[in-house]
Design a protein around this ligand. Structure first.
Ligand SMILES: NC(=O)c1ccc[n+]([C@@H]2O[C@H](COP(=O)([O-])OP(=O)(O)OC[C@H]3O[C@@H](n4cnc5c(N)ncnc54)[C@H](OP(=O)(O)O)[C@@H]3O)[C@@H](O)[C@H]2O)c1
Length: 223
């Protein structure tokens, strides 16, 4: 689908990190880009707010959801169910709420692109919440690609990417984590938000891609 002055793209999570890089890239093209997150008044964990937020739109061409980078770490037996459910409410149920509210507005041939993460298909002790919510999203996206056809639905699965998601870490620890990734990943680098943005644009632009999970993880899944 060609971008024109009438093209409307929505990036939920577009105020930071990967979502911001996607919004910036889309802003280089003709049309309008709406970004949203809690900072702009949209909490995707609240489905009533999500429903109301999408009512402002007529037709939407492209919906991108990157919201929700936080999840509690710890063993399945240790993480509180309350904390695990809260993470699911944002990343998994929030994405589903966004798709439910957005789908009636998305034009035929438009796209919905969700975000998972490489832990979806990696068994790492202490990371089960990320594994579970990302795996669940990847599975549902494939169902959505059939149910919502001819809207195309895809998932981008990032690996370790240098974003504000790690702003809470001490500077030294964050730098060491990124350097370790660059030293051990087959790509010889950690991810930059722009590396990920390129994958969202690919999913948006390629008319033959739907139901796909696109790994952009420096080779994390082959090590
Ligand atoms: N960075 C990585 O290494 C990595 C690796 C694997 C997967 N991912 C996935 O990639 C996606 C983007 O991550 P990122 O690194 O770009 O994170 P980020 O820089 O922390 O950005 C997250 C975005 O989501 C928004 N958000 C968070 N909670 C929200 C809510 N309840 N409602 C609406 N918006 C919400 C944030 O804005 P507000 O705070 O204003 O709400 C922000 O715009 C996430 O889904 C993450 O799980 C990232």
């Amino acid at each position: 689908m060609r971008f024109t002055d009438q093209t409307v793209s929505v990036v939920i999570g577009g105020t930071s990190g990967i979502g911001k890089a996607v919004a910036d890239a889309l802003s280089q093209r003709p049309g309008r880009v709406e970004i949203a997150s809690r900072k702009t008044g949209l909490d995707i964990a609240d489905d009533a707010i999500v429903e109301a937020w999408f009512e402002r739109f007529g037709t939407i061409d492209h919906v991108i959801v990157t919201a929700g980078s936080q999840a509690p770490g710890g063993k399945v037996t240790d993480v509180s169910l309350e904390a695990a459910r809260a993470a699911f409410d944002v990343k998994f149920w929030g994405a589903i709420a966004a798709v439910r509210a957005a789908a009636p507005h998305v034009r035929k041939g438009g796209t919905i692109t969700l975000t998972s993460g490489f832990l979806a298909r990696r068994a790492v002790p202490g990371a089960y919440v990320k594994t579970a919510m990302n795996a669940a999203l990847e599975a549902v996206a494939k169902v959505l690609a059939r149910e919502l056809s001819p809207i195309r639905v895809n998932v981008i699965s990032p690996g370790l990417t240098d974003t504000e998601a790690y702003a809470g870490m001490a500077d030294d620890a964050r730098k060491a984590m990124l350097a370790r990734a660059a030293a051990t990943l087959p790509a010889g680098a950690h991810g930059q938000p722009q590396d990920l943005a390129a994958a969202y644009l690919f999913a948006i632009d390629n008319p033959f891609v739907t139901g796909s999970v696109i790994d952009v993880e420096g080779g994390a899944l082959i090590t």
